[in-house]
Design a protein around this ligand. Structure first.
Ligand code: ADP
Ligand code: MG
Length: 694
């Protein structure tokens, strides 16, 4: 079949003009974001397999996570007792046989044929012998020797209606024809500095590699190009934003701030002093502050924010600090009440559950001209809340808010300075990449006197001993958290449910103790009441799902017992551990349960370090970025090939190159940069829209 001939061959040729692409396939390609020939060749394999990455079937052991390639020797659909239909295939390679099981996917029986060669990736479990439960599979068709000695298999992202095989053969068919049309657009000095191959060579290497190393070298060029582009765009956006960012010029009067410094019950850490200095410089400049204060749990962000607040107040401005929950807002209000008492200042609490009278009083204060420090929840951004003279907006635990809520607080005043705070430790380069126009201060030092949290992993067989240990802590007057991953018994996963654990503990081991339950299905009133009781010491053991408030400070809690630790990400475990170790007593974090050797290895990274940055890094490498951020942020989608974290070195080079490039040619308007400029404009039209200022 030969499609209508395109008017001359170019990279902008629509894919429908390529031979081998009919209307149905063109539709499928569109779903992959492929419209033109250029898009097709920039659709690169997301992974490669060769003899070194594929395991011989005979060597697989239970608990392993593996990739295998095997030919289907038999297959069929089996019903299970619970009515679930399971597609099963027995696959064979030169070394042996294994059964692969696809629960709930009986339809695969129609697409997978006997003698098809499958690439399967997933865990090996015990089920009447060894059984592979694929997380991902690719049907290679009748491709014998897919990874035979010396051969590298490129695996492309595919879609329904356009299989991996079809994509691969389409690219293979047209590669030689179109490759010469790719002309280099990166400036030569940049390519030389990064040490990556030119575009044509890179594309050949990613599509038709002769070795894994060659494939990765090709990929590095495309990753570098993305990183460079994003840095250039962001640096440019930042420069433009700076120009357009007129703001309040505060004066460092040192009236209230020096009083606070003198009356604080502790010395600031070096990191806190440094962050305060950066914030003061921002606020005293005529530009609007737009800063992220990032620091591990317990690093002392609140008091840094308080210095910023006082600087605004001594300039007769109002301050609003927004927290994600009432409990946290109340905690901040209490902290501020104590710390500011010597200065004769008391904060104003603004939450949804204020009585009518308190609400009226707060409204009067905010509408008045006197400087106030308002602490509250999203009630602060409700329409009915108005500020007469808001000069500084602070958002605590900023990642818990949506983009709009964060923005709304800043709109409550006339271009107030903005300080965002977050305990989610992300590496600096990533913060810049994700947030673009945002300066970052990092608290990378713990306040002194804080004891490390003793962390350990214990098997199921030690459960009684662990409970006895917890009991000893309770006897000494301490409190404990018991955390579980989900709330209802799920037959499939057979996890102990929080409700069930609660009943067991309440009537069993801790029958003589006050045990309370906290989970996501309770109303927020119920949750707040339980957290308050725990904070006030009228509950000894708090059984909870992960809804335990971020940032909540119960100094008397010294035990964090985590069930089914394998169900948590490392950063999540770290956040949970941060709930203890807040007082003077030694604290403990115990991971309880039997896990596979592989999971044990992952958990031990957490057991062995209390460095949130190190943990975040390991987590990112193991689980990818989505888990860390919960919601996808737009910065992330700018990368198709690169991963700013895994490609950290490349990312650093890209950043340096971007800086140099823009220093020499701020708007990339010179002739020698035109090709790159054009590519940027074309490829990142949407992103440029997002960054647009004014
Ligand atoms: P986070 O950064 O997690 O929000 P907080 O601001 O809640 O941390 O601080 C945690 C605890 O550490 C609080 O009880 C606070 O009073 C205390 N703290 C903060 N800075 C210091 C310091 N420099 N020295 C001693 N304790 C401090
Ligand atoms: Mg905090």
């Amino acid at each position: 079949m030969s499609a209508a001939r395109a008017p001359g061959r170019s990279l902008d040729t629509a894919v429908t003009y390529l031979s081998g692409v009919g209307p149905a396939r063109a539709d499928a390609l569109r779903r992959l974001g492929i419209f033109t020939a250029r898009d097709l060749f920039l659709h690169i394999p997301h992974r490669y397999e060769d003899a070194s990455t594929v395991s011989p079937i005979a060597k697989l052991r239970i608990g392993d996570d593996v990739t295998v390639i095997g030919k289907v020797v038999s297959k069929g659909v089996l019903p299970t007792r619970k009515g679930l239909r399971v597609f099963q295939a027995v696959v064979q390679d030169a070394s042996g046989l294994i059964e692969a099981s696809f629960p709930g996917q009986p339809f695969l029986d129609r697409t997978i044929k006997k003698d098809d060669v499958l690439l399967l990736t997933g865990p090996v479990r015990f089920f009447h012998g060894r059984q592979l439960v694929p997380r991902e599979f690719v049907n290679l068709g009748a491709d014998e020797g897919a990874t035979a000695e010396g051969r590298v298999l490129s695996v492309y992202p595919a879609t329904e209606g356009f299989s991996f095989k079809q994509i691969r053969s389409l690219i293979e068919r047209h590669l030689d024809e179109y490759l010469p049309l790719f002309t280099e657009y990166l400036p030569p000095e940049v390519i030389a500095r990064a040490g990556v191959p030119p575009i044509g060579e890179a594309l050949r290497a990613v599509h038709r590699p002769t070795s894994l190393a060659e494939a990765h070298r090709g990929r590095s060029r495309l990753a570098f190009e993305e990183l460079l582009s994003v840095h250039v765009l962001q640096a440019r956006a930042k420069a433009l934003a700076r120009e357009a960012r007129a703001g309040i010029t505060f004066t460092n009067r040192r009236e209230l701030t020096s009083k606070l410094k003198a009356s604080l019950p502790f010395e600031l850490t070096g990191a806190q002093v440094h962050a305060v200095r950066e914030i003061v410089a921002d606020m005293c400049s005529d530009r609007r502050m737009h800063r992220l204060l990032q620091g591990d749990v317990g690093s002392g962000k609140t008091v840094v924010a308080l210095f910023a607040a006082l600087l605004a107040m001594e300039n007769d401005y109002q301050v609003a600090m927004m927290a994600p929950t009432e409990l946290l807002a109340e905690q901040h209000a209490r902290t501020f009440t104590t710390l500011l008492a010597p200065l004769g200042i008391s904060p104003v609490l603004v939450t949804g559950s204020l009585g009518a009278k308190a609400r009226r009083e707060a409204a009067t204060l905010l509408a008045g001209a006197a400087p106030v420090l308002a602490v509250g929840t999203h009630a602060l951004v409700q329409e009915s809340t108005t500020f007469a003279r808001l000069g500084l907006a602070i958002v605590d635990e900023q990642h818990r808010f949506g983009v709009e809520q964060r923005g709304a607080l800043g709109k409550k005043g006339a271009r107030p300075d903005v300080l965002l705070m977050s305990a989610t430790p992300i590496p600096r380069s990533l913060a810049l990449t994700l947030y673009g126009d945002l300066d970052v201060s990092v608290l990378d030092e713990r306040p002194p006197g804080r004891q490390p949290v003793t962390t350990a992993r214990r098997p199921e067989s030690a459960r009684e001993k662990v409970y006895a240990f917890v009991e000893k802590q309770l006897e000494a007057g301490r409190q404990a958290y018991v955390v579980l991953p989900i709330i209802e018994e799920s037959e499939k996963l057979a996890l102990r449910a929080a409700t069930q654990a609660f009943e067991e503990l309440r009537t069993g081991h801790f029958a003589h103790r006050r045990v309370a339950l906290l989970h996501g299905r309770q109303s927020s009133d119920e949750k707040d009441a339980t957290m308050r009781a725990f904070r006030d010491g009228t509950v000894d053991v708090l059984v909870a799902t992960t809804v335990i408030e971020v940032g909540i400070d119960v100094a008397n809690a010294t035990v964090m017992l985590i069930e089914h630790p394998e169900r948590f990400g490392l950063s999540q475990l770290h956040q949970l551990r941060g709930r203890v170790g807040r007082g003077a007593e030694e604290s403990f974090c115990i991971l309880l349960g039997d896990v596979s050797p592989e999971t044990a290895g992952r958990l031990d990274i957490f057991v062995d370090t209390e460095d949130g940055f190190e943990i975040a890094r390991a987590d990112l490498q193991l689980r990818g970025m989505g888990d860390l951020f919960g919601e996808r942020q737009h910065g992330e989608t700018m990368f198709k090939v690169a991963d700013p974290l895994r490609d950290e070195e490349l990312n650093e080079v890209a950043r340096a190159c971007a800086t140099e490039l823009l220093a020499a040619d701020p708007a990339l308007s010179k002739k020698e940069h035109k090709a790159f400029h054009d590519v940027l404009r074309k490829r990142y039209a949407r992103a440029i829209e997002l960054f647009r200022v004014g």
